[in-house]
Design a protein around this ligand. Structure first.
Ligand code: DX5
Ligand code: ZN
Length: 219
C-alpha cells in the first residue's frame, strides 16, 4: 500500500518558510498542504496567492491548496495562476458546488472537496464522480494542533466503500490531529493522503519526521 504525506505549512515557522518547505520536500513529502483562511468561513486569517507563487519557484511538490473561505469562486483562478495543482473547497461554503468544482477543472487544476466533522459524506453523492479528492476534516477547521475527532474514521470507511462500489478513483485525504498515533487508524480506514501540521513542523527534525510518520502510518 502507498500513502502520500502532505505537510501543512500552517504549523511551519513563517519566518523561515522557504527552508521549512525545502526540508519536508527533501524528507520525501509528496504534497504541500496550504491552508487558506479568510476570517469569515473560519475564525482565523492566513495566506494568499502571493505566498503560493513565492513557494512555487522553490518546490516541485504537488501544491494542495485547502480553501477555508467563503465565496471561493472569486479566488480560485488566482490560486491556480499562483501555482496550485489541486484546489479543495468546502462543501459548506459552496451554494453551487457542481459549478465551483467545474470552475476548478476548467482553469486546469485537480478538484477536491472538504467536509467538516458535522457534514455527512452522503451530501457529496452527486459530485463524487467529478472530484479528484475528498478531504475528511478530523478537526473543526481554523487552527493547527487540535485533537483528532474519532467519527472521521467511520466517514473515511464509508467513503472508501462507496468509492469501491461505484468504481471511482478519488483520493481520500484526512486533515487534523494526524500524528504517529492516529495515522495507522486513518490508513486502516482507507485514507490515501495524510495532512500533518504540528506533528511534522513541531518535531525536532521535520525532514526526518516525514519518513517516521509514513512508517508509523503503515504499521
Ligand atoms: C486546520 C487545517 C489543517 C491544520 C492541521 O483547519 O486545515 O491543515 O494545519 O494541523 P494539525 O496537523 O496540527 O492538526
Ligand atoms: Zn488543511
Amino acid at each position: 500500500m502507498t500513502i502520500k504525506i502532505a505537510p501543512s505549512i500552517l504549523s511551519a515557522d513563517f519566518a523561515h518558510l522557504g527552508a521549512q518547505v525545502a526540508a519536508v520536500e527533501a524528507g520525501g513529502a509528496e504534497y504541500l498542504h496550504i491552508d487558506v483562511m479568510d476570517g469569515h468561513f473560519v475564525p482565523n486569517i492566513t495566506i494568499g496567492p502571493l505566498v503560493v507563487a513565492a513557494l512555487r519557484e522553490r518546490s516541485q511538490m504537488v501544491f494542495d491548496t485547502h480553501l477555508m473561505i467563503e465565496n471561493p469562486d472569486r479566488y480560485i483562478p488566482d490560486f491556480i495562476r499562483a501555482g496550485s495543482d489541486l484546489i479543495t473547497v468546502h462543501q459548506e461554503a459552496c451554494a453551487h458546488l457542481h459549478r465551483t468544482l467545474s470552475l476548478i477543472k476548467e482553469k486546469g487544476a485537480r478538484a477536491g472537496v472538504a467536509l467538516n466533522p458535522a457534514t455527512p459524506w452522503q451530501s457529496l453523492a452527486c459530485v463524487l464522480d467529478m472530484v479528484d479528492l475528498v478531504l475528511v476534516m478530523s478537526v473543526n477547521p481554523g487552527f493547527g494542533g487540535q485533537k483528532f475527532i474519532n467519527s472521521a474514521l467511520t466517514k473515511i470507511e464509508d467513503l472508501a466503500r462507496c468509492r469501491q462500489e461505484r468504481g471511482l478513483a478519488f483520493e481520500i485525504q484526512v486533515d487534523g490531529g494526524v500524528n504517529r498515533t492516529t495515522a495507522p487508524q486513518v490508513v486502516q480506514a482507507g485514507a490515501d493522503v495524510l495532512v500533518a501540521g504540528s506533528a511534522l513542523f513541531g518535531a525536532p527534525a521535520p525532514q526526518a519526521e516525514v519518513a517516521c510518520l509514513r512508517a508509523a502510518a503503515l504499521t
